[in-house]
Design a protein around this ligand. Structure first.
Ligand code: EPZ
Length: 421
């Protein structure tokens, strides 16, 4: 039997938590190392499964790596195109492996990889990535399971994304940094991790401007060098702890973060009546009662992030009145609502992408499942807030993206443990 997390809930969480580097930035910076002509040092690398899969892929591709704590040194000189067939297993498991396509197109003018699988939150096509590669001059072939492409040369192009896509924006940057001429990305994603990867590439010698706005310009350069780069703090992990403070009526200082990256969440927590104080590199959240109902519509950054709507759904179950979440990014991101109903929540789907939460006095502990990475964190928060005992199953989802979740919550006073069997 797999492991599970067992929580005896109802304890207000108090104390401090330090946030690791951002998963979704690290998963773009690791492939950027493929483009460096000299060794690269990546600091503040989160020790999570998705990152560890990427490190394994770089090793199999021929890079030599040394890892000390959160510092990874990558010498990419040994990477060979022929090794791409050695990472089929990992690339099938990890959707973000598709950034290797963009990096290989830049370095080798060709790429070959398994098509990324779907996942619990929706179909998640990669048509925008392919459109970007073709715009730059790549000839792309797709079979049932594989994508392969090659280009005689890469020329700058004017590329417009619809819808806004974090992955396609990042992949287009990786593919165009060494193209001839200038590439323009319109309706580009503005997430902090997009900016972080652009900052890293610029430090390596790229000429990217406008990251963080709708329009990113990339002037092709001949070569990129390895640098020392520290990954931006993970605003989604930070937001998870902020919401946990509100859900347990606790008092938590979330440290080593960039508060500006969390403005949409801070606004909503305040609107619900919680006390949120921003400092230079930390935020304190003090949960208050009664919680007031709010409505959220997930949007690309700087709108409310889709990766935090599930933990917010838990908080809405405890508000006085009716709250609503409209999920506008993915088509299947409310699987967790059914799990909350098992805990006594009064919640339902009005449509496939609108969930309604009528607050109840409290949630009751139950045996519940993590249905995807972010829903898993939401289930832990629900267990921490609930009266009684909660067991959270399917931990593999949670391990992918949260560093020391159980240990951090225990240090904040939670009665929580990971139990095998
Ligand atoms: C990134 O996924 C994140 N993953 C996701 O986080 C996050 O939820 C998402 O961005 C939105 O912020 C990583 O960064 C590794 P998109 P990504 O391309 O890039 C559609 C987590 O929990 N689309 O911005 O795959 C797509 O179907 C994960 O850390 C196309 O139509 O998201 C979706 O509806 C979950 N064609 C919308 O765009 C494409 O070619 C936004 O997706 C690509 C995307």
């Amino acid at each position: 039997m797999a492991d599970k997390i067992v929580i005896h809930g109802g304890i207000p969480l108090n104390g401090e938590v330090s946030i690791s580097g951002a998963k979704n930035a690290a998963l773009g910076i690791l492939p950027a190392a493929i483009l460096a002509d000299t060794p690269m040092v990546i600091d503040n690398l989160p020790d999570i499964q998705d990152v560890n899969i990427y490190v394994t892929m770089l090793e199999k591709l021929g890079a030599s790596l040394t890892r000390e704590g959160d510092r990874l040194t990558v010498d990419p000189s040994g990477i060979r195109f022929e090794n791409v067939d050695k990472i089929v297993e990992e690339a099938t498991k990890l959707r973000a492996s598709y950034y290797i396509l963009g990096a290989f197109l830049s370095r080798f003018r060709k790429g070959r990889q398994p098509l990324p699988g779907g996942c619990p939150i929706g179909e998640r096509p990669i048509n925008l990535h392919i459109m970007a590669f073709e715009s730059l001059g790549a000839r792309v072939q797709i079979t049932e399971t594989m994508i392969s492409m090659e280009a005689d040369e890469l020329n700058g192009a004017d590329i417009t994304f619809d819808p806004v896509s974090v992955g396609a924006t990042i992949n287009a940057m990786l593919a165009s940094v060494k193209a001839k001429g200038t590439t323009v990305l319109r309706n580009a994603a503005k997430e902090p991790h997009v900016v972080d990867i652009a900052n890293c590439l610029n430090l390596m010698g790229a000429r990217i401007s406008g990251a963080g706005t709708d329009t990113i310009k990339i002037k092709g350069v001949d070569s990129l060098r390895g640098v020392v780069y520290s990954v931006v703090p993970d605003q989604i992990q930070a937001g998870t702890y902020m919401i946990a403070a509100a859900a347990t009526c606790g008092n938590i200082l979330v440290r080593n973060i960039i508060p500006q990256h969390l403005e949409s969440l801070t606004a909503k927590l305040r609107e619900m009546g919680n006390e949120v104080t921003e400092y230079d590199d930390s935020i304190r959240v003090i949960g208050r009662r009664p919680l007031l109902p709010v409505n959220i519509k997930t949007m690309p950054h700087p709108g409310f992030p889709t990766d935090l709507q599930q933990p917010m759904g838990v908080l809405m179950c405890l508000a006085e009145g009716q709250s609503r979440i409209t999920e506008s990014i993915f088509e299947k991101r409310f699987e967790y609502v059914g799990q909350l109903v098992k805990m006594g929540a009064d919640a339902h789907l009005r449509t496939e992408n609108v969930a309604v939460f009528n607050g109840v006095d409290h949630l009751e502990g139950a045996v519940i499942e993590a249905t995807d990475l972010r829903a898993g964190a939401a289930m832990v928060i629900a267990g921490l807030a609930a009266m009684g005992t909660t067991e959270v199953l399917n931990l593999e989802h949670i391990e992918r993206g949260y560093v020391d979740l159980v240990e951090n919550f225990r240090a904040l006073g939670a009665d929580i443990a990971r139990v095998s069997g």
